[in-house]
Design a protein around this ligand. Structure first.
Ligand code: ZN
Length: 486
């Protein structure tokens, strides 16, 4: 047991509960969030968890959060987060294993399990395991440069990768906190800045940093794009502070605790989340419920009336669920109909909410509308994640999901299909709604990037590599409705 964990931070203010001690190898610990102040002892005791060690499996460390598995509120709304359920058929400890990973034996033996981000972060920190990225050790010069970058946070060319490096890997916290101040949300909603920062740190930590694509940097990128849309003239003059608050919260949390595999994978491996959400918007529901869990845990809006808090949670869910790409056509048709009829009235709260949904959808898949330098990096990251899933599927003799087979797919054909069938139709409609310089810029980059990928396909075809498809084959090869979250 001592191989896995040393326990420098134990909530020693009260005895470990008997039901924890009766577990073999059980210990108690507090989550990293308790470091941000002096929590109510009752909350602390609720956050105790049990860690058990199975000697028959030398690589397994099971952690069960006693208080967080399921929280039932007095009004009957259940949050779902930080479940300690193992995946049923596939051992997900292999999901983020990297052969090149180095470090102490104990660190290598502990594999990340879904939803345990903060536990592992804190355990690594307290065991003295330094982050492997040398850029985590930065001086004030970098902080100053990050602050300087924030002055241009509304620029469409904002380099989120650079910003993430300059902020020590804290782009999501830094950027969102800055935007809350920028929009005056802290004053308007009487937010406690310590609680806000604690909430954002928890959000950032619950993104899986091992995911090549669905990590906190993607969330920060989506939040930055959302900010660009929120300040578009049509929206800026119509949206209320409540709308802005919800838009930013939804962007920040929209992929929370994403496991790095898609819904299709969760369904075919009988994952409990698929059962819980009846195979429908499985990931999006999980992101939403995880966000609600963190909102409640942080107490960020605890001072608001219950009715407002529940309304916020419902609207947050509606926004996050709209990012389910399998429902793209449904939203697009609705958007098109409104635009054809010219009946969108942003004085109407329902219409404003719909526009927020569309803005979030655009922000979520706007990678191909960025500059080539940024767009290409995102394309590489998402392809890496797809192929990683495909490798797991092959290893476990499961059907390889579309777009996930590195032997039959290429980054170029994935991007061409994605741009043609998913991104372009959405951004064309967005430009009809908001015909601004930004919209035209986005469509311009989209066309340029598409031409860039097309050129690479043609180059490969002319070089005689017969494993690469022709452009026509590429377009028809992609299934735009494939449930895939970006
Ligand atoms: Zn996303």
């Amino acid at each position: 047991m001592e191989v896995c964990y040393q326990l420098p931070v134990l909530p020693l203010d009260r005895p470990v509960p008997k039901h924890v001690l009766t577990r073999r190898g059980a210990i108690s610990f507090s989550s990293s969030s308790s470091l941000f102040g002096c929590p109510d002892p009752r909350q602390l005791s609720q956050r105790r968890g049990a860690i058990s060690y199975d000697s028959s499996d030398q690589t397994a460390l099971y952690i069960r959060m006693l208080g967080d598995v399921r929280v039932r509120s007095r009004v009957g709304f259940e949050t779902e987060r930080r479940g300690s359920h193992p995946y049923l058929y596939v051992d997900f400890r292999i999901l983020h294993s990297r052969p090149e990973s180095v470090g102490p034996v104990s660190a290598r033996k502990i594999r990340r399990l879904l939803s345990f981000q903060r536990s592992l972060h804190s355990s690594r920190l307290f065991r003295g395991v330094l982050p492997q990225n040398p850029l985590y050790i930065l001086d004030d010069d970098y902080t100053g440069q990050a602050k300087c970058m924030l002055k241009k946070v509304g620029s469409w060319n904002f380099d989120i990768f650079l910003f993430d490096r300059l902020t020590n890997g804290n782009s999501l916290v830094s950027l969102t906190f800055h935007l809350f101040k920028h929009y005056g949300l802290i004053e308007i909603f009487h937010l406690d800045m310590v609680k806000l920062r604690r909430f954002l740190v928890m959000v950032q930590e619950d993104y899986h940093s091992q995911n090549p694509y669905h990590n906190a940097v993607h969330a920060a990128d989506v939040t930055q794009a959302m900010h660009c849309y929120l300040k578009e003239p049509k929206l800026a003059k119509s949206l209320t502070s409540w709308d802005v608050l919800l838009g930013l919260l939804a962007a920040t949390t929209h992929d929370l605790d994403h496991p790095g595999v898609n819904q299709h994978f969760l369904i075919k491996t009988n994952h409990y989340l698929a059962t819980l959400y009846k195979n429908t918007s499985v990931l999006e529901n999980h992101h939403w419920r995880s966000a609600v869990g963190l909102l409640r845990e942080s107490g960020l809006f605890a001072h608001l009336p219950m009715e407002d808090r529940l309304g916020m949670e419902r609207q947050l869910g509606s926004l996050i669920l709209a990012t389910d790409i399998s429902r793209q056509n449904e939203y697009l048709l609705q958007f098109r109909t409104h635009l054809d009829r010219e009946d969108l009235c942003l004085d109407d709260a329902g219409h404003r909410h719909f526009i927020l949904q569309m803005a979030l959808k655009c922000a979520d898949i706007c990678n191909p509308c960025r500059t080539w330098e940024l767009s290409k990096q995102w394309s590489e990251k998402v392809t890496e994640e797809f192929f990683h899933q495909g490798d797991i599927e092959k290893k476990h003799k499961l059907d390889v999901s579309p777009l996930c087979d590195s032997q039959t797919q290429t980054i170029e054909n994935i991007q061409m299909g994605f741009m043609t069938y998913v991104v372009e139709p959405l951004f064309v409609e967005w430009a009809r709604f908001s015909d601004t310089r930004l919209s035209q810029t986005m469509l311009g980059y989209l066309a340029l990037n598409k031409a860039g990928w097309r050129g690479m396909v043609q180059e490969q075809a002319s070089s005689g590599d017969d494993t690469d498809p022709t452009l026509e084959e590429t377009d028809s090869d992609i299934l735009p409705q494939e449930s895939r979250e970006l």
